[in-house]
Design a protein around this ligand. Sequence first.
Ligand SMILES: C[S@@+](CC[C@H](N)C(=O)[O-])C[C@H]1O[C@@H](n2cnc3c(N)ncnc32)[C@H](O)[C@@H]1O
Length: 249
Amino acid sequence: MSDTDWAGWQQSWDRQQEWYMPDREERFRVMLDMVEALVGPKPRVLDLACGTGSITDRLLKRFPDAVSTGVDLDPALLAIARGTFEGDGRVTFVTADLKDPEWTKELPYDTYDAVLTATALHWLHSGPLTALYGQVAGLVRDGGVFMNADHMIDTATPRINAAERAQRHARMDEEKAAGVLDWTEWWALAAKDPALAGPTARRFEIYGDHADGDMPSAGWHADTLRAAGFGEARPVWCSPSDTLLLAVK
Ligand SMILES: C[S@@+](CC[C@H](N)C(=O)[O-])C[C@H]1O[C@@H](n2cnc3c(N)ncnc32)[C@H](O)[C@@H]1O
């Protein structure tokens, strides 16, 4: 395991994700700007559906006195996360299913200054996501924040959505022709790494290719977070396809 090039896997994960979201780093930057603005530069963070720990990585590079708990269900992405941060006392990773009503019991802390998530909650349908937002409201301390950067679709704007999608896919087709790895190809590569072959097989047993979920509008997220107990909620950044939604407890 120790011979595995974890930094290489992180870079290759980032390249694959950036093919879908060219603004991904900007989203992370604005997310951390808002963390600093609302809870300061030494936050205790929950990296929700952390994958390889992408948010935790940017958090600790920018705020060395922060601490982070990463929670996810994917054994392969968690193997990369654990390999990357091995020996770093600021970071803990927890294996849990966010649809399990008891998942918060696995966490090392009762409350967090910030719960942060990216490109993940569209894996959940809106029923389980509403339940998850209730749990998140219980984890964020008063004055703390929740932020979700994800695809959020406003069904009231079908022509804008179709035009945006067509342009996005044209750009992706061009980059694919130039050799970018997509989701399926990336997982095929992971399955060939001796350190990731077992966990990759297990993640396909858990999820199949990808879990089904919903992509409700930013308005739905803000309303649902307010109903869950947050005092304020609104977008703080958006691109034609994605929104960074911030809620303050
Ligand atoms: C596309 S990845 C994004 C990972 C990371 N946040 C990033 O931006 O690179 C989506 C993540 O959501 C996680 N996820 C989806 N459904 C989950 C669930 N029910 N419980 C825990 N994690 C889940 C997946 O395992 C995966 O790691």
